[in-house]
Design a protein around this ligand. Sequence first.
Ligand SMILES: Cc1ncc(COP(=O)(O)O)c(C=O)c1O
Length: 459
Amino acid sequence: MNTRISKTFEALFALEDIREVLRGALPTGPDADEEAALKEGVARVRAILDDLEAGTGNAQQSKIAGILDVRSREEEYINIQPIQAAGRLTPEARKALIAYGDGYSTCDACRKPFRLDKIQKPPIASFHEDLAKFVNMDVARVVPGARRGFQAVASSLVNKGDPVIVSALSHYTEFLAVEGAGGIVREVPLSPKNLMEPDSAAEKIEEVIKSDGKTPALMMIDHVDYQFANIHDIKGLAKVAHQYDIPFLCNGAYTVGVMPVDGKALGADFVVGSGHKSMASPAPSGVLATTDEWAGKVFRTTAMTGDVTNRKFGIKEVEMLGCTLMGGTLMAMMASFPAVRERTARFEEEVKKSNAFIEGLLEIEGTKVLSEYPRKHTLSKVDTTGSFDKVAQVHKRRGFFLSDELTKRGIAGEFAGATRAWKLNTYGLSWEKINYLTRAFQEIAEKYEIPVNKGYIQN
Ligand SMILES: Cc1ncc(COP(=O)(O)O)c(C=O)c1O
């Protein structure tokens, strides 16, 4: 087990132990010996600090239990796992997780009107305002994952049998949200470049109005899709939706938190983001933001009254089931937020690094990029059927040979054994790591006599 994360955890565990001592330190009762209690408290704190120095404390026991070891790869490896990159926690989020690990810890100061987004201390209410501003919408709520955002919108807007327009690259959770609401998905086909074109969306809407006999209740499109990570013309698509009076949801699971997203400029009625995918937050977390026009519908409060007790819970929002994220999940999301907001301004640099790596990969003969190229995002789909997979065909480890070679070089996150068409993400890697990564792939190619037409990597 390695250095930085391990040390952080050890220190945090020690801090918790010290807190525990402090909690029990005050002697109670008439015969309490304050001096003895103080001495014992000091001795126990000293022992905890000695353990910390020697590496034999609580954190050590957790390591033995294997809790920390399994996640050491973030520290020891360059991780190119496609869906984790921008969800990795900041150190601030890690601390918040520990401090607010207890389930309802965010509710200590929950006062009237009893609802999560109204809590002032910690500043959850202002975080909601910040989130709405962040995506330039009027109102926002935290939700347990982007999928719960789709669900809240679909459940509010879609009735039984209503068609809903989605992309042919839409995420499965959008299908489920529509199905849960009783709607039917209608997919807009892709252009030859795997893009969603506004004209195709208009054609599909016309077709659906004819075939289903009604105007679609909602259009949901992925800003960046999960298959190719291509950027789609959200503004053009939203414009088409509005020409037919169809509300438009922008699925920003791969954009909110990594690049600037201006919901109003895009013409979105709803913007959904994923905390654990793109906002350096723990799972499940996400955001659903909307305009004043739609907030009353999607964030409607309960009108129900108990028939026996006459109870009412008026302030609670139906789609949010009252309150959503609690404890460590929300506090860690909040702790990461300043860094997340700031990093979106550096997305261009991330894209440059992504292109530099892909360029290096394309120098390996037979390798293709299936995503739009040059890249506009850090997630990319590559096809190595004509390069590494040729080696896999004859290697005794078959498709696992590439993973073996990458592991040896400290690279993790590819799907072991999948060496044909696969996805990777370079988000957050330094230039140094990008160059190392590129060199590593080229070295492996050369080792197995796959020609490399070098140009990008000079040293
Ligand atoms: C494009 C896209 N949308 C939505 C989701 C679901 O996001 P979440 O896990 O936050 O519900 C995913 C992730 O798996 C995704 O790739």
